[in-house]
Write a protein that binds this ligand. Structure first.
Ligand code: PLP
Ligand code: PMP
Length: 486
């Protein structure tokens, strides 16, 4: 609503770590300001003349938006050629060119690509406060590492979902973080448990202060595949307000939101071709950013699952105060994503697709992943022994998470859950299939607090035949380890 007067974000500077608070702006960046002065003769920045950058043009062939207008059609068979010239911004061919992309840039990423993504954030999430800002990151892995350094100190706790993405531990542990797990149900992170953990926080028993940071993967959670519905997000946001939490929203699967699984059914209406961005947005569960009136959310988006993981690029949105500290961290580390990545993605999104084309691509992808998800779920229905295996059909992302009734294992009395998990994992590999043990998604890989035996399976890339074959093999292993009849 254009007429709404938006508030500024709250002040979050008390969260900044010593490391982050002590960062000064880069002297090189200060020179860029002086260079804008008319008539200045620069003997300043030691940047090479673009004359000596030996790339004069790059031709890209990208998927043409018409090719995936029909959702459910195979990967686009028509492509569009686009060229990036060295001086397109001078000739007027484009507002971004190779000379800019391959020169030193800002800690925000190029202003041209940031402009596109800022419009995108406004269109998709309309953050409900005034002073938000979007910058580029080198992907969510890099962004998360910077965020942890910025918003936390050694010895602090990070609130995480009961099972969470392994890299969270790999990043946090060496930085001195501890993890406080919050229970989940079929709608994800439980607000009551979050409140319970925080209301009953015992500093001496935990050996650390009450946590101030919540890390969550709200859509197609890795590894459980669960998506928090809007009501759940609103409740969690209220608990965050009550306990003064800052939320780190890691959302690489946001655009892989899938229709409900209907066995043997056709693709329902949510995968129909879309005709406007507004209409598409209505099919998506709102993000935390969209609910964030306080500026207490830092949202991380990634191109990895929707364009290319090797681009090593994503975008981060938070209040200008928080983003400013992140830019300072970029200046002394990645600086900005590679200029090659930036120009490739800019050419695709801005100069070829536009916002509507981007959204069409995302809708197309959703149709593709829905078919994959359905194939894997149908194989589960057909080949897994229901008497010991259960799962929640995912409505987003890449993963199906199965839960085993380990108590029915013939040696449940003598073997630990971890041993049962390992037995099944090893036997499955021996039988020619790979699934990921649930304990890998725990802070200490299951040595304590393992509340069940789970496996994660992905439908992201295997062929339809391989998915069926793998599930058949897993089913055979489960029948034999649990000594079930056939
Ligand atoms: N966060 C989550 C929850 C993920 O599942 C992944 C990739 O699987 C990443 C982050 C990594 O994203 P990126 O490739 O942008 O670093
Ligand atoms: N390799 C790398 C480097 C990744 O960043 C990712 C996704 N984040 C993966 C592999 C896939 O990881 P996972 O199967 O745990 O999602």
């Amino acid at each position: 609503n254009e007429n709404l007067v938006l508030n500024d974000a709250r002040d979050w500077s008390h969260l900044f770590s010593g490391e982050s608070a002590s960062r000064k702006s880069s002297v090189m960046q200060a020179m860029h300001g002086i260079l804008a002065q008319p008539g200045i003769r620069s003997l300043g920045p030691g940047a090479p003349s673009t004359e000596y950058i030996p790339f004069y043009g790059i031709d890209f062939k990208v998927g043409s938006t018409d090719a995936f207008e029909t959702v459910g059609k195979k990967t686009p068979d028509t492509t569009t050629s686009i060229q990036a010239g060295k001086h397109d911004s001078i000739t007027g061919a484009s507002k971004y060119d190779l000379a800019i992309a391959l020169q030193y840039g800002l800690g925000t990423g190029s202003k041209q690509l940031v402009e596109f993504l800022t419009e995108h954030i406004q269109l998709i999430h309309s953050p409900p406060y005034r002073d938000w800002q979007t910058i580029l990151s080198a992907g969510n892995t890099s962004a998360f590492e910077i965020v942890l350094r910025m918003l936390g100190n050694k010895g602090e706790y990070l609130l995480v979902e009961q099972h969470t993405y392994t890299t969270v531990f790999e990043t946090g542990l060496p930085l001195g973080f501890k993890f406080a797990q919050v229970r989940m149900d079929k709608d994800g992170l439980l607000p009551e448990d979050l409140d319970h953990v925080l209301s009953n926080w015992d500093e001496s028993a935990r050996g650390g202060e009450k946590p101030r940071l919540l890390y969550t993967i709200p859509t197609g959670q890795n590894p459980t595949g669960i998506t928090q519905p809007l009501a759940r997000r609103q409740e969690i946001y209220r608990v965050a307000q009550k306990h003064e939490l800052f939320i780190v929203e890691d959302d690489p699967y946001y655009f892989i939101q899938l229709p409900e699984f209907r066995p043997g059914g056709n693709l329902p209406a949510t995968t129909a071709p879309i005709t406007s961005v507004e209409e598409y947005v209505k099919t998506l569960v709102p993000s935390y950013l969209r609910l964030d009136t306080d500026g207490r959310v830092l949202r991380m988006d990634s191109f990895s699952k929707i364009v290319a993981p090797g681009a090593r690029m994503g975008w981060v949105t938070a209040s200008t105060q928080v983003i400013e500290r992140m830019i300072r961290a970029h200046e002394v580390s990645v600086q900005n994503p590679s200029g090659f990545s930036q120009i490739a993605v800019f050419k695709l999104l801005n100069d070829s697709w536009g916002h509507m084309g981007f959204v069409r691509w995302l809708a197309h992808l959703r149709g593709e992943y829905a078919k994959r998800r359905d194939t894997l779920l149908e194989a589960c229905d057909a080949f897994l022994p229901r008497e010991i295996v259960s799962w929640v059909p995912p409505t987003a992302g890449f993963f199906i998470w199965i839960s085993l009734d380990w108590a029915q294992h013939p040696e449940a009395g003598t073997k630990t859950k971890l041993q049962i998990e390992k037995e099944i994992f090893d036997a499955t590999i021996e039988n020619g299939a790979l699934v990921v043990p649930g304990s890998w998604f725990l802070p200490d890989e299951g040595s304590s607090g393992m509340d069940g035996v789970f496996f994660r399976m992905t439908y992201a890339a295997a062929s339809m035949d391989d998915m069926q074959e793998a599930i058949q093999r897993l089913g055979a292993v489960l029948r034999s380890t649990f000594k079930l009849g056939h």
